[in-house]
Each structure stands twice: as structure tokens, then as C-alpha cells.
Write a protein that binds this ligand. Structure first.
Ligand code: AMP
Ligand code: ZN
Length: 474
């Protein structure tokens, strides 16, 4: 039985989807105005583990992810500029060009990190009709109002708004934060924009007709609408980084439940942040940590996945190059140890297989404890059983961990074999050298020359020394 911490109840709960055996899973996707940093990717790696573990446990999972290509402003309180417009200006391109480029870059990074592509990936700009439909109904039901040309959600109409927070209203009213100007069109600082027309308009490149005039959607409405479009009125689990809990997810719940008239999503899964040693990870300040930068510095992306799995998703994680170097050393040792196991066709020992698999599932059933799952993997290596059983277990665990353990161990085994062969000599070349020596002894120089030429054609140069013939490969 899988137990997950549910941010909504603030408790660890048994995970029970609404329909037995089926899971509707929604993930807040990237804002595609720049490359993802490895902090963003920590969230996607841990969500990938959840996705894969649900499938491994037998659930029929449908996972949906949006691509934020409009409406996500630089400020959380509907202030600032659309991040997409900011990105387009930075690169002197159109918003759609920027969106295409960074969406592709995001999925390239995911591929390198073995993050499975969700079943449905939907750009926010494709669903304008859906947003309008929801906003219209919210207005009809009295949950929204038009002010200053924009449409806002009226948070005063809800009994329970701050579901993810224990802070009081004052602290959370985004308008009162230092350096942030209150939007004068809002009735309350907690209200949030569903549709913009008048404000933040001049620079906005993409605009659509709506009953409230030419404009564009707010950020929060896209996730509610895209989730409902593909997963229906009930969502089992919603994922995202912890910074999205408020206001983004709080607002998603407010508008979805006001629209639907019933509870929308049962479980909320939040991944804590990856920070640098100096604090928050940033795309603009300090080192912009991307997958490409890891590669430039000589780290295989899979080492970063391994690094992330070493910590629990609900603990903040500090990134440093030293910590990544340590993870690389540990990963390399792991692969070397697996490479020493001998593959065979024999069937695994059933008793041992079941016992060790249980250790692995116990770890993940316990709020997705990936570091304990990796300990279970080392337990297999130490187990008193045959190599076939160990390899079968490691292959099984890697369906979830996706650390390329068997693939990289096979490559390591092959490389070791080649190195051994090179050290002791390739048996085929050595036998050709012996035949040539025999031919020379029999004064059959034509045959000796023929063998030399044949080896040369294969890139083998013979070197005759007083102690016999050796060779080098070109
Ligand atoms: P964004 O592209 O800004 O919309 O963010 C994409 C995802 O990354 C969201 O789920 C964020 O909550 C998450 N995220 C942002 N910063 C971090 C970080 N430093 N560590 C982990 N996840 C993050
Ligand atoms: Zn979202």
C-alpha cells in the first residue's frame, strides 16, 4: 500500500484513487521562456519517480502536463510582465518562437534524465476556449467580477481559501508585500486575475477575443482547465514544486471547486526546492545551472538523477559541484559492482526475489523514500544468492529508478573485456602472428607477407623484435 504525504491534509495518507486501479495525474509544466534549471528538473525527476512507481504498482496512469506559454507573470500577485514576453525581448524573437525552442529544449533535458514524457502535453495557448467557458460560469455563479476591464476571482466568496498555509491572511495578501504595488482593480489583495484585458496589455504579443474584450488568460486558470479537459471533473493527484503551493495551487483549487461545485483533487504532491549553497536557484543570477552545463563539466546527466534520488523529495536539497562529484563516484562504483555479476539464462531464486523486492516496495510505499530504495538496491548486491537473481532484481528496480544500471553495467563489462584483451593480446591476432612465425621458419615468405598484409588491412601493425613479434593497433 502506497502512503504519500498529502499537502492538503498535511498528513501521510494511504493513496486511494477515486476509481480503483486508475490514476489521473496532473503536473504543472515548465514556463518556456528559458532553459529549465536543475532545480526545476529535481521536481520533474521526483514526479517521474511517482509516475513510474504508480505504473510499477499496477495502476493505469494518465498523466497530463501543461506548457506555460502565456500568462505567467514575473510577480505572483498579477504584477510584472509576462515571462514569455520577457524571454522574447531578451532574444529578439517572437513569443511562439521562444515557446517552441524552450519546449523542445525541456524535453531534450527530460530525455537525458530518463524523465518519461507525460501522456498528454498541452500548451496553454491551445485552450483559450476552455478558459473562457470556465470564467463565464464563475461570473454567472458570482465567484468572479469584472473590474478595470479585467476579470478577477472573488476569494471572499469562499469559506476556505488558504488551504496550503497556516499563515494568516495578512501575511499572504500579496498586495501588502514590500515592493509590490497592489492592483487597484482588485476588491481584495487576495483576489487573482482570471483574464486580463486592460492592464499588462501593451507589450503582450498574444491576445484573444473574449466576452470581456481582447486579452489573455491569467496563469492559474490554465492548469484547472487543462486538467479538466483531459482528466475530467475529478483529479486524483496534482504535482508541482513547493513554490507553486501558494498562490498557484491555492488559486487552482479555489476556481476549480467554485466552478465544479465539488471537491476537485484529492492528493497534492509537492517537491521541495533544490538550492545552491548561497540560497535560491536562479536563471539570471550566479551560475545558471542547466543539464548542458553539467555535461560541459563532464557529468553524465544520469549522475544528476542519481544525486536527486539520494534525498527525500520533501527535504530541501543543496546542490554543490563537490556533492555531484561524490554522487558520480558512488554511481561509478555501483556500476562496477553490477558489471562484475555474470549474466545467465537461469531463473531467479523466487524466495529471495520476493523478499528483496518487498524491501524495495516498502521503501517507496513509505512516501516515496528513494534513498531507502537505493539502499535496497545495495542490499541486493550484498545478498547471499546467485548473480541471475541479483540481476533480475536490479533490472526490476530500475523500471522505477531508471538509472540505466544494467545498460551501463553491460557497457562497463564490455569495456573491461576489451581492456583485458588489449592487455593480454587479442587471441586472433596472436594466432596470426604464430602462423606467420611458422611460415617464416618454413621459409614460406610469401605466406608470411600475406599474413602481415592481411593484419595491416585490419589496422594491426606488426613489430618484429629480437624477442619475437608484437603488434600495435592504429
Ligand atoms: P516554472 O518553469 O518556473 O513554471 O517551474 C517549473 C517547476 O519547477 C515548478 O513545478 C516549480 O515549482 C519548480 N521549481 C522552481 N524552482 C525550483 C527549485 N529551485 N527546486 C525545485 N523545483 C523548482
Ligand atoms: Zn499549474
Amino acid at each position: 500500500m502506497l502512503y504519500l504525504y498529502n499537502s492538503l491534509s498535511r498528513e501521510r495518507e494511504e493513496f486511494r484513487p477515486r476509481v480503483e486501479g486508475k490514476v489521473g495525474m496532473y503536473t504543472c509544466g515548465p514556463t518556456v521562456y528559458h532553459f529549465a534549471h536543475i532545480g526545476n528538473l529535481r521536481t520533474y525527476i521526483m514526479e517521474d519517480i511517482l509516475d513510474r512507481y504508480l505504473r510499477y504498482s499496477g495502476y493505469d496512469v494518465k498523466r497530463v502536463m501543461n506548457i506555460t506559454d502565456v500568462g505567467h507573470l514575473t510577480g505572483d500577485s498579477d504584477d510584472g510582465e509576462d515571462k514569455m514576453v520577457e524571454g522574447a525581448k531578451r532574444e529578439h524573437k517572437t513569443v511562439l518562437e521562444i515557446a517552441k525552442f524552450y519546449t523542445d529544449a525541456f524535453f531534450e533535458d527530460c530525455k537525458k534524465l530518463n524523465i518519461r514524457r507525460p501522456d498528454v502535453v498541452e500548451p496553454a495557448t491551445h485552450c483559450i476556449g476552455e478558459y473562457i467557458k470556465i470564467i463565464k460560469k464563475l461570473l454567472e455563479k458570482g465567484y468572479a467580477y469584472v473590474s478595470g476591464g479585467n476579470v478577477y476571482f472573488d476569494t471572499s466568496k469562499l469559506e476556505n481559501y488558504y488551504v496550503f498555509n497556516r499563515q494568516n491572511e495578512e501575511d499572504l495578501a500579496v498586495g501588502v508585500r514590500e515592493g509590490v504595488e497592489a492592483d487597484s482593480a482588485k476588491r481584495s489583495n487576495c483576489d487573482f486575475a482570471l483574464w486580463f484585458t486592460k492592464s499588462k496589455f501593451e507589450d503582450q504579443e498574444l491576445k484573444w477575443n473574449s466576452p470581456w474584450g481582447l486579452g489573455y488568460p491569467g496563469w492559474h486558470i490554465e492548469c484547472s482547465a487543462i486538467s479538466m479537459k483531459h482528466l475530467g471533473e475529478y483529479l486524483d493527484i496534482h504535482c508541482g514544486g513547493i513554490d507553486n503551493a501558494f498562490p498557484h495551487h491555492t488559486n487552482e483549487i479555489a476556481q476549480s471547486e467554485a466552478y465544479l461545485g465539488h471537491e476537485w483533487c484529492r492528493y497534492w504532491f509537492h517537491v521541495l526546492h533544490l538550492n545552491t549553497q548561497s540560497g535560491k536557484m536562479s536563471k539570471s543570477k550566479g551560475e545558471f545551472l542547466t543539464v548542458s552545463l553539467l555535461e560541459e563539466k563532464g557529468f553524465a546527466p544520469i549522475v544528476y538523477r542519481f544525486f536527486c534520488l539520494g534525498s527525500h523529495y520533501r527535504k530541501a536539497l543543496v546542490f554543490s559541484w563537490d556533492a555531484l562529484e561524490n554522487a558520480r563516484g558512488t554511481y561509478d562504483k555501483l556500476i562496477s559492482r553490477v558489471a562484475q555479476l555474470t549474466p545467465s539464462d537461469s531463473a531467479p531464486d523466487e524466495g529471495i526475489y520476493t523478499e528483496y523486492k518487498r524491501r524495495f516496495t516498502d521503501a517507496l510505499d513509505s512516501d516515496l523514500n528513494t534513498s531507502l530504495a537505493i539502499t535496497a538496491l545495495y542490499d541486493v548486491l550484498k545478498a547471499d544468492t546467485d548473480d541471475a537473481t541479483k540481476l533480475a532484481l536490479l533490472g526490476d528496480f530500475d523500471r522505477v529508478l531508471c538509472l540505466d544500471i544494467l545498460k551501463n553495467a553491460a557497457a562497463r563489462r564490455r569495456a573491461d573485456e576489451l581492456a583485458d584483451q588489449a592487455a593480454s593480446g587479442d587471441p586472433e591476432i596472436l594466432s596470426a602472428i604464430a602462423r606467420r612465425a611458422e611460415a617464416k621458419k618454413n621459409r614460406d615468405f610469401a605466406e608470411a607477407d600475406r599474413i602481415r598484409a592481411e593484419l595491416a588491412a585490419r589496422g594491426v601493425t606488426l613489430i618484429d623484435t629480437p624477442n619475437g613479434t608484437t603488434y600495435k593497433l592504429s
